[in-house]
Design a protein around this ligand. Structure first.
Ligand code: ARG
Length: 244
């Protein structure tokens, strides 16, 4: 009897602990960004969608990913709707004011996607002065275009910009190099019609974001990441998603 009561009290102690200890941690990802996060046949998948649960396994705390639109993703982090953002997020000085970042998981840069028929005239961003360029709103691609004299058109979903580029409504689209490779080069529907012009014109670190001041979670993520880097499972996952 005493034992039963003791066990129940211990159980209550755990149940009454932090929200995280009970349910694990939830990360948001905008599933428009293959191969990092996207929806395949109705299922959320991708490099980061698989990475977070693996980090969680390493440190013994469940970590899951849910699909949240990019335009509200940082607001949701700030107001506690979830614990982190694993959504191809570039580390920027500005963002560091409102969130904390893990050690980098990937490197990327902004690239220009054009129609293959424009290949001989457009060699990179420098040849697009005065042209119409599509980009996902609130991304580092969006911010980078402020430095160029172009007409920017913002989209909630880079896939819509790619469609507009194909239809002739845009002269180019700009997004992270990793995503351009997947969307254009590895996509049978697009690979003959679209191409990447030139080299990346920015250099960016991509990391997992947590709510500012959540050092407990930040330490867990960094610890799990390091364990995965050390035992080779991080590179194996990168390899699986063609990110090596
Ligand atoms: N790396 C860019 C940024 O942080 C774009 C990330 C967009 N991610 C996404 N899942 N749509 O601004």
């Amino acid at each position: 009897m005493f034992l039963a009561i003791a066990l129940v009290s211990i159980g209550c102690l755990f149940a009454g602990g932090t929200k995280e200890a009970k349910n694990g941690y939830v990360f948001a990802a905008d599933a428009t960004w293959p191969p990092l996060e996207f929806v395949d046949n109705g299922t959320l998948t991708g490099f980061e969608v698989e990475l977070m649960p693996l980090i969680g396994e390493k440190v013994g705390v469940p970590m899951t990913v849910k699909n949240i639109p990019w335009d509200t993703i940082f607001a949701g982090l700030a107001n506690g709707a979830y614990d982190g953002v694993s959504s191809g997020v570039t580390v920027t000085e500005e963002r560091k004011n409102s969130m904390d970042f893990s050690t980098p998981i990937l490197q990327a840069g902004q690239v220009v996607i054009i129609r293959t028929t424009d290949k001989s005239t457009v060699k990179g961003i420098e040849n697009l002065t005065g042209k119409k360029i599509g980009v996902q709103i609130g991304t580092t691609g969006d911010f980078a275009l402020e430095n160029y004299q172009v007409t920017k058109k913002v989209y909630d979903d880079i896939g819509l910009a790619i469609e507009d580029l194909l239809n002739g409504n845009l002269d180019a689209a700009v997004c992270d190099s990793l995503i351009a490779s997947d969307f254009v080069l590895a996509n049978a529907n697009y690979s003959s019609k679209l191409t990447v012009a030139g080299e990346p014109f920015t250099q960016e670190d991509i990391a997992i974001a947590v709510k500012k001041g959540n050092t407990e979670l930040l330490n867990l993520v960094n610890k799990g990441l390091q364990m995965m880097k050390d035992d080779g499972s991080f590179d194996a996952l990168k390899q699986k998603w063609n990110l090596l």
